[in-house]
Write a new protein. Sequence first.
Length: 163
Amino acid sequence: MKKLELKIAFTEFDNENELSTPELELLQKARKACDLAYAPYSDFHVGAALLLENGVIVTGNNQENAAFPSGLCAERVAIYYAGAQYPNTAVKTIAITCKSKTFHVGEPLSPCGGCRQAMSEYEIRQKTNIRVILMGETGKIRVVESIADLLPFMFKAEELKKA
């Protein structure tokens, strides 16, 4: 038996003013998407903005439903839209932000497991990393260079293939 350790690296910024102009613009698009989220049940709003390799920015936000499992997270709304409209265009960066009407989100929150897995599928398919920028309502910003940093043991299609 071996006990192994897994570490990830991320960059943390004290505030958004430390970001590059393109990253700040992407985060601002995610904020606008967050403001438009449909979240009447949780009052928890999430916005995502994807920068594609062709320069197009695609946004998405969470869409809740009275039948709770029927809703969809912001990250999947954005990445599935990008996949449908720009199927052969790689995603370079995704910025994700969130806010709540019932509490203050002062720390960056990471995407849920389902969104991590969905984003990992695109990263694997395009064979290039997707940079992830995370921010709450205010405060620090965390940046990881790959979805694999958020989901190191991702489920891969190649594991489904028989030898």
